[in-house]
Design a protein around this ligand. Structure first.
Ligand SMILES: [Zn+2]
Length: 67
């Protein structure tokens, strides 16, 4: 299982959704919407699961994507 990550639309920073899933599940629930409280700007955001991605390594692909 991998961590599901999405991006804050305000700060463009990656947000750990604290969900663990795999690619098969992600494909199945990709059209679901998801609300979360953002650790970066403090607001509630809504996103599609399909707009999130799975963290590939423990190091995190997230830092590579925002740089
Ligand atoms: Zn935010």
């Amino acid at each position: 299982m991998r961590k599901l990550i999405c991006r804050c639309p305000e700060s463009q920073q990656p947000v750990d959704l604290e969900l663990y899933t795999d690619y098969a599940t992600l494909a199945r629930i990709g059209s679901n919407s998801l609300r979360f409280q953002c650790p970066h700007c403090g607001a509630d955001h809504e996103t599609n699961v399909g707009a999130a991605w799975l963290e590939d390594t423990l190091e995190g692909i997230t830092t590579a994507r925002v740089s």
